[in-house]
Write a protein that binds this ligand. Structure first.
Ligand SMILES: [Ca+2]
Ligand SMILES: [Ca+2]
Length: 62
């Protein structure tokens, strides 16, 4: 599944739901079925707190 960067639940909006999804699936690693590339905002191949901060900024400035 190819998601838009930041829109991990693929509902065409980037919001808090996507942040929760990324934290649960890619950082806490509850469910590895999610393609975590959608949460890698700075494109360094790792999903971490930096990507969450970028996502929050993206939401706040959109
Ligand atoms: Ca979304
Ligand atoms: Ca990253």
């Amino acid at each position: 599944m190819q998601n838009t960067i930041g829109d991990c639940n693929d509902d065409a909006e980037i919001n808090i739901s996507d942040i929760i999804l990324i934290i649960n699936n890619c950082i806490i690693d509850i469910n590895t079925e999610l393609n975590c590339n959608c949460g890698d905002l700075d494109n360094d191949d790792y999903v971490n707190v930096i990507d969450i901060i970028l996502l929050v900024n993206l939401i706040l400035t959109s």
